[in-house]
Design a protein around this ligand. Structure first.
Ligand SMILES: *[C@@H]1O[C@H](CO)[C@@H](O)[C@H](O)[C@H]1NC(C)=O
Ligand SMILES: *[C@@H]1O[C@H](CO)[C@@H](O)[C@H](O)[C@H]1NC(C)=O
Ligand SMILES: *[C@@H]1O[C@H](CO)[C@@H](O)[C@H](O)[C@H]1NC(C)=O
Ligand SMILES: *[C@@H]1O[C@H](CO)[C@@H](O)[C@H](O)[C@H]1NC(C)=O
Length: 482
């Protein structure tokens, strides 16, 4: 915990230091006050994502480094404070305009209330008391695992793959600073995944985030500071999503069209704000619960193995999107250990682009293989290389792209044929309104009872876990508890 506090202090000081034109790191193992007094800036062992990917020592990967242009953006309040619940920083007129447009569009249902509260320490807690979970008027996943909105003009959540015998491969909470061995493994196994990156982690570990894209995975947002989203105000929800998309754009160069709520905590209010930002809500059908391993969590390694085995056992019955994490060494190793069994049972282990046949997850000119192409060895085209991908400091680089402007992004799945669908519409003029009509994506509604009780249980378990731990592997996120 103390080391953690020092890391936070260190970042704060490092951010206020003089910029130089190269990426800097501190020597590993020096997240101590003492290191602050000694030469703390050293040339990085790497000057770009390709070089960084070669660093094997986890401590060296997790040594703080600095991309001066990014530091400048953080210092000049073009992003919210790292690890704090996001809000629109004063003076960000661009964000204010987007937020105003979303409010004016009327897409946010007024009758959906904020759930629970956020305490003085920045911890969010949901409160199920007083909410009619069986009627579930807000389609609140934490109460009922509802995934099909009760309000108009909001697309349903995506949680299964369309093709039979398919495992939808997803990893949350990255970029983990020390994920090189894990990403090497994915590369060696020729696996592509959908990575749900936390905004705070992206701006703290930008070279690691760039590797995710360069390696051919696809990137979705996982909020700025990883809080229970239904407990936040409309503007906070907006800012948590907006600045994560903005971080992804400036750091990796792509405009994402998907996000996943931390703890699955989403209702129609939160979905609507995400939809206004052109972000499709992605959940899961099966949960490994890997993050919850002892000693920090509640579950034994055997229990997590069993969770995996159970999902593995469903291979010929369903095609789940599966929740797994890159949050720490254990979860990354656990996937590597279980993968041979996953592979033996499931014919296809695919990222969500292939799982949903979304070939244009970003507005930029990058095309991902659809399902058929992927399983026959197809690769994404238009990706930057590890030695050419660059941080983009242009303040106007990030623009929200509404569902109707997305050619074949995640907002496209299930979009009704009347709603300016490029497949059927001859008009190529993009609509600026976030309002398009959606029909349900073709999902396999074989939801089990055990899935039904998991929402609230998962969330309260997760929050207890976080409160008890005081910090997680999410860099600097819970330091307000120190
Ligand atoms: C969206 O479109 C529907 C149907 O055209 C309309 O009734 C509704 O008011 C619109 N909502 C917004 C947010 O524009
Ligand atoms: C959907 O569920 C049914 C019944 O469990 C199963 O037979 C079918 O293969 C499933 N389809 C997919 C795509 O998983
Ligand atoms: C990455 O994993 C390591 C090893 O478990 C952990 O100590 C660290 O906090 C994680 N970092 C991030 C940014 O998630
Ligand atoms: C996905 O695209 C492939 C073409 O590669 C096609 O064969 C398949 O039917 C599509 N799947 C769905 C569920 O639309």
């Amino acid at each position: 915990m103390l080391g953690y506090a020092n890391a936070v202090i260190f970042v704060a000081l490092a951010l206020s230091s003089v910029s130089a034109n190269y990426i800097r790191t501190v020597p590993s193992g020096e997240f101590t006050k003492r290191s602050l007094h000694h030469g703390m800036h050293r040339r990085a062992g790497a000057s770009n994502a390709a070089e960084f990917a070669k660093i094997q020592d986890p401590a060296q990967q997790c040594s703080y480094y600095d991309i001066p242009e990014l530091t400048k953006m953080l210092k000049s309040h073009q992003f919210p404070k790292v690890s704090h619940i996001a809000s629109i920083p004063e003076g960000d007129t661009q964000a204010q305009q987007v937020w105003q447009d979303i409010q004016n569009s009327g897409i946010i249902p007024k009758e959906v209330k904020v759930k629970g509260h956020t305490d003085g320490k920045g911890h969010s807690a949901i409160d199920l008391a007083g909410y009619d979970g069986s009627a579930d008027p807000d389609c609140w996943w934490s109460a009922s695992t509802c995934k099909k909105p009760k309000h108009a003009n909001i697309p349903s959540d995506v949680y299964t793959c369309k093709e039979p015998n398919t495992w939808g491969l997803t990893f949350d909470d990255g970029p983990n600073c020390s994920h090189n061995a894990f990403y090497d493994f994915l590369q060696k196994e020729n696996l592509k995944a959908t990575l749900f990156y936390i905004g705070t982690n992206i701006v703290t570990w930008p070279l690691q985030a760039q590797r995710g894209l360069v390696d051919g995975h696809d990137i979705c947002g996982h909020t700025w500071a990883h809080r229970a989203m239904t407990t936040l105000s409309d503007e906070q929800v907006f800012a948590e999503l907006y600045y994560t998309s903005k971080a992804i754009k400036h750091v990796t160069g792509v405009t994402t069209s998907c996000w996943r709520p931390p703890y699955g905590d989403v209702d129609d209010r939160v979905r609507a704000i995400a939809a206004g930002l052109g972000l499709r809500t992605i959940l899961w059908q099966d949960d490994t619960d890997d993050w919850n391993v002892q000693p920090e969590g509640d579950a034994s390694v055997q229990k997590i193995d069993q969770n995996y085995e159970k999902i593995i056992g469903k291979a010929d019955k369903e095609s789940p999107i599966v929740l797994t994490h890159e949050i720490n060494e254990y979860t990354m190793k656990e996937f590597q250990r279980m993968f041979p069994k996953v592979k033996a049972a499931y014919t296809n282990v695919v990222p969500l682009t292939a799982c949903t046949n979304v070939t244009k997850p970003y507005v930029e000119d990058i095309t991902y293989p659809d399902f058929g192409q992927l399983i026959t060895g197809g690769k994404a085209t238009g990706l930057p290389g590890g030695d050419s991908i660059q941080f983009d400091a242009d303040q106007s680089a990030f623009k929200v792209v509404s569902f109707s402007q997305q050619e074949n992004g995640f907002g496209h799945i299930g979009r009704s044929r009347t709603a300016n669908n490029p497949e059927t519409s001859s008009s190529s003029a993009p609509q600026s309104t976030p309002n398009s009509s959606f029909s349900d994506p073709p999902t396999n509604e074989s939801d089990t009872k055990e899935g039904t009780k998991s929402g609230a249980a998962t969330l309260s378990g997760a929050l207890t876990f976080l409160a008890g731990l005081g910090s997680t592997a999410l860099f600097a996120i819970w330091h307000t508890t120190l």
